[in-house]
Structures are given as structure tokens and as C-alpha cells.
Design a protein around this ligand. Structure first.
Ligand SMILES: *Cc1c(COP(=O)(O)O)cnc(C)c1O
Length: 380
């Protein structure tokens, strides 16, 4: 077993990351794959995962913010980077100067870009976000003409992309709303054309759309979760099965720690804060050095299991800030420093991010994203 020198760490499988990129490539052909690595690559580790994906063959990376874009550049990631989230007006100068692609959706940004492009003498590589029904970022249909004027009046404003984002594609097996949004997107692209604007790349497909709806791939796709080997949802998986799509995604991430302490405690003892767990028999417990500050949420108290010695060990009592206790009475021979799997495989048992998410009452996206960024990320 690999010695890591870490108390708790994330292992990223190069093989599985490459496999997932191949699956995406087989679905989208030669369209640009712009993989979403926002939020520390969904908790996988931004620099490590960014490099793995680029080495696996994705064309672009998409981040939330300038800080993430800069971190990728500092780590020698050379592909084009698209900033999809909020950029402060005062940061636009850096974004343009660094040559990052970025989303635009409000007149305030265009006004500031006029000043910035003039000052720097450099182009702004914009992707215009169109509002089609998610009602977060995006220009309303009625405001398109005003926005088109900005492009006409400043030749350094480049329209690299026109984009939208689906609201209800992975949460349901009824895809009517997504189809409506796509129709509205096409309508607004037509309006842009009437105003004399032709984006180089039209894009709207997240993982679910990449998997389920080839007609939404257009010029450029933005898959996130599928890169990590996770399905967007059970509903997406079911729809893909119904469509007879033979797609296998392989989880890239495993999350591990070690046993810090093993001890015998008598029947009738209570464990951890609030005394919410009482032993029904003489018991053996193992203390693990992870807790809610590490991304193992308190809602898993008395709920989750971890893998030790290839067996499921139930969490006993409350999850603490940096520690959790598990019951290993039924697992013989557990020793200090034994490897513990929180998410991943050990022996012939597996705990998935989806298993943990279900116990937390959330989705796989949140479960991996919550893993503390300070946790070591190792490529294996
Ligand atoms: C996160 C995100 C994606 C990727 O979504 P997945 O469901 O993870 O594939 C695509 N586009 C935008 C705008 C996003 O914010």
C-alpha cells in the first residue's frame, strides 16, 4: 500500500480520468470539450485534476472565477480557460490582460470592458450568456439589441461564445423544459445573427445534455461531473439506459484516512459529544482523524460507514470537527495506522460518493466538493 505521509488524502486515478475523457470524446466527436473544474474541480483538486484532464485530451477548462484561472496558469496548464462565474468589474483588466475567456451578461461589464480594452489594446474574449429559463446569469431576449450594440461599437470585444445553461435536465426524466430552453436558445442565436453577430462557439451542454441530447452539442460542450466519473443524477442514468446508451463512467476519486487509535470499551459506554450512541455490547472502537472541517459532514453522525480491513465500519456517535469514531467490534485485527476508505473501494466492497450523498440528503456534486481543499491530492 502506498505510503503517503498524510493523515487524510484524496487519490485520483489517472486511468479512470483518461477513460472518462474517452467516453466524452466518443459522444461529442471533434467538438470542443471544455471541462468544468470549478470549485476545486468538484473537490478533486484543481491543479491535479486540470492537468489530468488536459493530458487525457480535453481542449479547454472552465472555472468559476479569476483566482481559479490564475491557479491553473501557475500550474502550467496551457489550454484556453473559460471563467463561467462572477468577475468583479475591477478584475476585468486582469482577465483581459491574461487572455482568459469569460462570461458576460450585464451592461455594467460591457461598459467597463470598453475602458479596459482601450487601455490595454487587447481583445476581450467574451462568451455572451443568454437567459433561456434558468433565471440566474444571462441576457433577456428584450435586452439583446442593446447588448449587440456594445459589440458593434467596440471592435476589441470578441464574441467567442454564446451560451446558455439548463435548469431541469438532471432532476427529472421529463425533458420538456430543457427542450423549451434549447428552442429559446436557438431563437436568441437567430436574433444575434439578425443583429450581425456570429459567435464562434455556441454552447449549452452540461454532462446530462452531452450524454442524453446530441443535438445540444453544437460547437462546444461543457461537461463537469462526467469527467469525474460520476453521473449527474439517477434520472440521467435511467434515461440513458432507456435510450440504450452503453456508457460507463469510472469514479476518479478515492478519499482515505488512517486509524489513529483503537480501544476496547465496555457495554453501556456512550461515544462522542451529546452521548448519542451507546454500546450494546463490549465494543472495539477506532478513532479516525477526519471530521466536519475536513469535509465529512456532521449530518453523517450515526449514519455513514467507512471501509476498514475490507469491511464496513459504522460511524458511532457524532462526527466532530477533526475526528470521528467508528465501531470495529466485528472487524478483527484493526490496528493503528490501518488504511481507511471513506469514498472508494477496499477489498471487494465499495462506498460511492452517491452512497454518502444519499445519507447526507444531498447530491454527489456537493459530497466531493465539500472535501477540504487543504487535503492532499495524489495522482495514482
Ligand atoms: C458546472 C457547470 C457545468 C457542468 O455541469 P455538470 O452537470 O457538472 O456537467 C456546465 N456549465 C455551467 C455554466 C456550469 O456552471
Amino acid at each position: 500500500m502506498k505510503q503517503t505521509g498524510f493523515r487524510s488524502w484524496v487519490e485520483l486515478s489517472r486511468e479512470n480520468a483518461e477513460h472518462n475523457v474517452k467516453v466524452l470524446r466518443s459522444l461529442v466527436g471533434d467538438r470542443i470539450i471544455c471541462s468544468a473544474v470549478k470549485a476545486n474541480a468538484y473537490g478533486h483538486g484543481l491543479a491535479e485534476m486540470g492537468r489530468l484532464l488536459v493530458e487525457g485530451g480535453v481542449d479547454w477548462l472552465a472555472v468559476d472565477c479569476l483566482e481559479e484561472a490564475l491557479l491553473l496558469r501557475e500550474n502550467d496548464v496551457k489550454v484556453p480557460i473559460y471563467i463561467m462565474g462572477y468577475t468583479r468589474l475591477d478584475d476585468l483588466e486582469t482577465v483581459v490582460d491574461q487572455g482568459f475567456n469569460f462570461v458576460v451578461y450585464n451592461p455594467e461589464t460591457f461598459e467597463r470592458l470598453n475602458a479596459v480594452t482601450q487601455k490595454l489594446g487587447k481583445p476581450a474574449l467574451t462568451h455572451l450568456k443568454l437567459e433561456t429559463g434558468t433565471n440566474r446569469q444571462g441576457v433577456m431576449e428584450g435586452d439583446l439589441e442593446e447588448i449587440a450594440r456594445f459589440y458593434k461599437e467596440n471592435e476589441r470585444l470578441e464574441l467567442i461564445g454564446a451560451a446558455t445553461h439548463f435548469a431541469n435536465i438532471e432532476d427529472t426524466t421529463n425533458h420538456e423544459y430543457a427542450q423549451q430552453q434549447f428552442a429559446q436558445f436557438e431563437k436568441m442565436l437567430g436574433m444575434l445573427a439578425d443583429f450581425g453577430l456570429k459567435p464562434k462557439y455556441r454552447h449549452c451542454a452540461n454532462s446530462a445534455a452531452v450524454i442524453l441530447f446530441p443535438h445540444t452539442h453544437l460547437d462546444f460542450v461543457r461537461p463537469g461531473i462526467a469527467n469525474y466519473g460520476m453521473w449527474p443524477s439517477r434520472e440521467t442514468f435511467v434515461t440513458a439506459q432507456e435510450q440504450k446508451r452503453d456508457i460507463e463512467l469510472k469514479p476518479v476519486l478515492e478519499w482515505k484516512t488512517r486509524v489513529a487509535e483503537v480501544k476496547h470499551i465496555p457495554k453501556g459506554s456512550t461515544i462522542s459529544y451529546g452521548r448519542t450512541f451507546e454500546t450494546k455490547r463490549d465494543s472495539v472502537i477506532a478513532v479516525l482523524p477526519i471530521g466536519y472541517s475536513n469535509g465529512f459532514p456532521r449530518s453523517l453522525s450515526n449514519q455513514a460507514h467507512v471501509l476498514i480491513g475490507g469491511e464496513m465500519a459504522p460511524v458511532a456517535g457524532r462526527v466532530m470537527m477533526n475526528m470521528v469514531v467508528v465501531d470495529v467490534t466485528d472487524i478483527p485485527g484493526v490496528q493503528v495506522e490501518d488504511e481507511v476508505v471513506i469514498i472508494g473501494k477496499q477489498g471487494n466492497k465499495r462506498i460511492t460518493a452517491e452512497d454518502v450523498a444519499a445519507l447526507e440528503g444531498t447530491i454527489n456534486y456537493e459530497t466531493t466538493t465539500m472535501i477540504n481543499p487543504a487535503t492532499a491530492r495524489l495522482v495514482v
